[in-house]
Design a binder for this molecule. Structure first.
Ligand code: FSX
Ligand code: SF4
Ligand code: F3S
Length: 261
């Protein structure tokens, strides 16, 4: 695996470090050969650059590429660089050589926060920026659930193929249903039992968060059943509305937060 970082916050990598089934140490030490990952590799500077190019030479056509972050396309890609090369140049070099490419996070999938209006850098998701839409698997979420990333990779390792995807390139096993359709607060929605103010009695009773801005009805993701951090919790369980972090055009179409759509 070669993992490249472009325009993002590294939350996707942070999420992956909390992977379980398998835990990240097993994943990195026993399951995958991680040839390049800026956050967790020991190398830095020229040594890191040399490692990327050595790995590309050795594994061209045989590696899984994971891209974290979106790509600046305005001003010849001038809004984002690593080692004096633009994100666009780096992605154009690495992605076409991969056996399969996984766009991890909403940034890599659809542009995400770097692409929020007015988007001076012209940030785009990887598929769109490279003209490779439909050839890249998208695992959106800001950050995505590591279960969905690992599930996609393990599916490939076990079955030799990527999982079935929808028309936005998202694996159906994870993004086939809305948050709303899997939400434990759904009965409150149907019964007109809503939280209208945080800290209220209705909030303590676990009523539906629609009126304080929940985007669960238009967000496709499996947070309600997969949960985060070893199944500990997820936004709505913690009392916070879903902000639609995995949808295309998150951030612009989901803000202002905390207001009913
Ligand atoms: Fe951050 Fe990843 Fe959000 Fe983006 O996650 S958690 S800004 S989807 O690319 O690092
Ligand atoms: Fe739907 Fe959100 Fe209400 Fe859950 S809290 S039932 S996802 S609107
Ligand atoms: Fe994101 Fe909503 Fe899940 S905000 S983490 S898609 S509950």
């Amino acid at each position: 695996m070669i993992w490249i970082h472009l325009g993002e916050c590294t939350g996707c990598s942070e999420a992956l470090l909390r992977s379980m089934y398998p835990y990240v140490d097993q994943l990195v030490l026993e399951v995958l050969s991680v040839e390049y990952h800026e956050t967790i590799m020991a190398a830095a500077g020229q040594q890191a650059e040399d490692q990327l190019h050595a790995a590309l030479k050795k594994y061209s056509g045989k590696f899984i590429c994971v891209v974290e972050g979106s790509i600046a396309t305005s001003f010849d890609g001038g809004y984002g660089k690593v080692a004096n090369r633009t994100f666009l140049e780096i992605a154009q070099e690495v992605v076409p050589q991969a056996l399969a490419t996984i766009a991890i996070g909403s940034c890599a999938s659809f542009g995400g926060i770097p692409a929020a209006a007015p988007n001076p850098g012209g940030y785009k998701g990887v598929g769109e920026a490279l003209g490779m839409e439909g050839k890249i698997i998208n695992i959106p979420g800001c950050p995505p659930n590591p279960i969905n990333v690992v599930g996609t990779i393990v599916n490939y390792l076990l079955l030799g193929k990527l999982p079935a995807v929808d028309d936005k390139g998202r694996p159906v096993f994870a993004y086939g249903k809305t948050i709303h359709d899997q939400c434990p607060r759904r009965a409150h929605f149907e019964n007109d039992e809503f939280v209208e103010e945080f800290g209220s009695e209705e909030a303590a009773l676990g009523y539906c968060l629609y009126k304080v801005g929940c985007r669960g009805p238009e967000t496709y993701n499996n947070c309600a059943v997969a949960k985060f951090n070893d199944g500990t919790s997820w936004p709505v369980e913690a009392g916070h509305p879903c902000i639609g972090c995995s949808q295309p055009d998150f951030w612009d179409t989901m803000t202002p937060f905390y207001e009913e759509l």
